[in-house]
Design a protein around this ligand. Structure first.
Ligand code: UGA
Length: 434
């Protein structure tokens, strides 16, 4: 593939846009085909429809290399490598909904000398089925490992790039590997199904780590240990590693809940009961409810109480509300008779439709005004900078549950606020030390 040859990207969602902008930054012309005409218009005007740090700048900088179109023909005329970046949301059964993938595949057809490169997360076996139906088109699995909020950096500095293809399609795998060459990461060359499984297994393993530390936190709560200390001590063992050991409300977002469920279903559909993953999912669902028991330690009833949620997005640096813990929490609190008021630095607009009965405040302090309790749901850095003396003054009853073990307990308590966290002693007896 020549340096100047165009790359095709199908789908201008979060993955597609990041992929397209980063390939353009690496010097490639990119044709992005998006089915929604308004989105194409928005992008042609230079506006970026999602919140992802660094992405608007990258798109602006590489405007000349980026073409946005609704026409698949325009993409097929220009590119030999066609990166498919469409959504694969869960169905009611928990299986992945592949209708957007199928639609893209049908529109691409079976052109000779081109390759479909699957970025979307699909069940293992999907590639071989698509390839069987379109044998002229080479097929490569190149799963994405981007995290929302740090996607541009993750693309440019990946830990690895996985490139999977079956015999006969090596030329296409070579070309995909060549396109990624400038990022300088190890390339994992493997077969199609193994590449698909690497993605699902990676997300399932990370989700397992989170549910594991959350269960340790719940036991810590009972025995008076501090899970943040436990995680610190565990993480220094390189066989364990320190990342993804933050206990809290559990995982959300568009990936872990969907992918753990999809892998569980994939196993189930072939008659294998993936017991560990079933528990990971169940622990995660129950974890969001831990906050309720923390509140009821201090409040007899939530009826008529005003509860402030600090943060709504499923994690910081994104406005993504998919499977956000705040959704479950707000409904539980309202179900117990509380009035819920919330603030998020960027997700408030998206959250409005999803939580119509929740009062959206213009700032964290406004949300805390007169509140009987507050719950930190998303660890936005600005929440760590709050003036706790002012918070204590504003709240009707100074009680704060830190759902992400994010705040400095001593600073919060020094302001006279009752501080509760997940798996950390509520009132550590420092005098017992030494
Ligand atoms: C995740 C993976 O990290 C990416 O590698 C993958 O590409 C992506 O899914 C995907 O499949 O597309 P993402 O969902 O953006 O990325 O977010 P993460 O940063 O992984 O966090 C996921 C959830 O786990 C968040 O709700 C976060 O709050 C929670 N989490 C994370 C914890 O509760 N504890 C931790 O220690 C880490």
């Amino acid at each position: 593939m020549s340096e100047k040859e165009s790359i095709g990207v199908v789908g201008a969602g979060w993955v597609g846009l990041v992929t397209a902008a980063c390939f353009a930054e690496l010097g490639r012309p990119v044709v992005v085909r998006e089915i929604i005409a308004e989105k194409v218009d928005t992008l042609r005007r230079g506006e970026v429809p999602i919140h992802e740090p660094g992405l608007p700048e990258l798109i602006e900088k590489n405007r000349e290399r980026l073409t946005f179109t609704t026409e698949m023909g325009e993409l097929l005329d220009a590119a030999r490598l066609i990166f498919v970046c469409v959504q694969t949301p869960p169905t009611y059964s928990g299986d992945a909904d592949l209708s957007a993938v199928q639609r893209a595949v049908e529109e691409i057809g079976d052109p000779e000398g081109k390759a479909l490169v699957m970025k979307s997360t699909v069940p293992v076996g999907t590639g071989r089925i698509i390839h069987r139906d379109a044998p002229g088109l080479a097929y490569v699995s190149c799963p994405e490992f981007l995290r929302e909020g740090t996607a541009v950096k993750d693309f440019m500095e990946p830990d690895r790039v996985v490139v999977g293809a079956d015999p006969g399609d090596e030329w296409a795998a070579d070309e995909v590997a060549a396109v990624y060459e400038p990022v300088g990461a190890p390339i994992v060359r493997t077969d199609l199904s193994s590449a698909e499984m690497i993605k699902l297994a990676s997300n399932a393993y990370l989700a397992t780590k989170i549910s594991f530390i959350n269960e340790i936190a719940n036991v810590c709560d009972e025995v008076g240990a501090d899970v943040t200390e436990v995680a610190r001590g565990m993480g220094m063992d390189p066989r364990i590693g320190g990342s993804f050991l933050n206990a809290g409300l559990g995982f959300g977002g568009s990936c872990f809940p969907k992918d753990t469920q999809a892998l569980k279903m994939l196993a189930g559909n072939i008659g294998y009961h993936f017991q560990l993953l079933s528990s990971v999912i169940e622990v995660n669902e129950l974890q969001k409810r831990r906050v309720m028991s923390k509140l009821s330690k201090h409040l007899d009833s939530l009826v008529g109480k005003r509860v402030a949620l600090l943060g709504l997005a499923f994690k910081p640096d994104t406005d993504d509300m998919r499977e956000a813990s705040s959704l479950v929490l707000a409904h539980r609190l309202e179900g117990e008779g509380a009035t819920v008021v919330a603030f998020d630095p960027v997700a408030t607009e998206r959250a409005r439709d999803l939580l119509p009965s929740v009062e959206m405040a213009g700032s964290a302090l406004d949300a805390l005004d007169g509140a009987d309790a507050a719950v930190l749901v998303t660890e936005w850095p600005e929440f760590a900078e709050l003036d706790w003396a002012e918070v204590a003054k504003r709240m009707g009853n100074p009680l704060l549950v830190d759902g992400r073990n994010f705040l400095d307990p001593d600073a919060v308590r020094a302001a006279g606020i009752t501080y509760e966290a997940i798996g950390r002693p509520s009132l550590p007896d420092r005098s017992a030390v030494g």
